[in-house]
Design a protein around this ligand. Sequence first.
Ligand code: KIV
Ligand code: ZN
Length: 453
Amino acid sequence: MEKARITVFDTTLRDGEQSPGCSMNVQEKLRVARQLDRLGVDVIEAGFPISSDGDFAAVQAVAAAVRRPIIAALARACSQDIERARQALKGAARRRIHVFLATSDIHLQYKLRISRDQCLEQARDAVRLAKSFCDDVEFSPEDATRTDPAFLCQVLEAVVEAGATTLNIPDTVGYSMPEEFGELIQTIRQRVRGIERATISVHCHNDLGLAVANTLAALAAGARQVECTINGIGERAGNASLEEIVMAMRVRPDRYAYLTGVASEQLYPASQLLSEITGVGVQPNKAIIGRNAFAHEAGIHQDGVLKNPLTYEIMTPQSVGVPDSTLVLGKHSGRHALGLRCQQLGHHFERRELDEIYRRFVVLADKIKQVEDHHLLQLIRESCVAALRIPPAHVEAPARAVAASAVAGPNGGREYLQKPFPIPPATDLGPASLLRNSMAEHHCEQEDYLWGV
Ligand code: KIV
Ligand code: ZN
């Protein structure tokens, strides 16, 4: 089956920047825009030029420097905003004016204080004006998901008629449910005359944690552009996360048979750069790019991943630009991972010796949560003294391993007090290496599974 190509519209520099603590100056926006270009997004929404001179300058600078993707600028449905957007985009190789106007009764009545008829006319006029400056015009009916569907379709029909080439359906307040949102997209496809002349786009907020699910439901219903941000930053609870949408399509092409131009191995570098620039870190358990996304602490999981990463990983860390999977030594860890780390630190133990170290390790892990290399080395020394065993004379190897593992990650990324240790490459995990491994030598697979706990 031929895969449909999805346009990835990144709004990290506009909606993303609207999240508290995430505003960026011109130079910072330029750095992010260059990384978005490397990432392969199709459209970069660089800012809202009327909002400040700084934002105007940022859109101008991005338009001048980044030539492959379309550069979009946001404008309210009024002539000053559209004129400002036009000015800011003058130097762009490929440009888009993105006009928005709220359509829900609650916004019309309380915020804009205009009638539905006035809204319809204003939207049509604004799109006509934008179209006179630029072929590529996107229109967003703000708060679309709380708008009367009949009126929404009426507005969309009017703006297509006026020349809009992309119709973006925002779930502005993150209110919609996936099936409902999919149905709305289908309704629009069925009811809006001229819809085949425009691309349907979606822009979902995460107030109920459903931004990505809603976006994917909309794709299944026929949307062909997704609006999203790196790390899911954006107003309030944020926007749909670009990395999650892209990897959902990559990992599950059986359900989401779509293509994007995104180079997925640039996802983690993009996430790191954004965190470094804004100073806003990512939650550790954030899908795809959080520092725990490829870290394993539980013994059963560590044992499985050491035997074959496929047991607990549905994508490789390298596919999203994360250097490696890691094992974290904590109270849930098992002998398999502990033994491996001891080996990496230059200490090879027989099973009974490792049992003794493991016993002490669990007591320590209960107290200090995460056991780092220097704790482990101390523990090895103590265990060896207790057993009157002379510790292996690999003095340099452990020192080197500790020094290497102490390198701190960049701000907001996979930062540990001590870097968790990487899993050896799969080639080192074959049956031959398990045989070489003194820990595994007596055990059948099932026993090893239990022993890994
Ligand atoms: O969330 C929203 O409705 C928006 C529009 C400007 C597209 O950000
Ligand atoms: Zn938004």
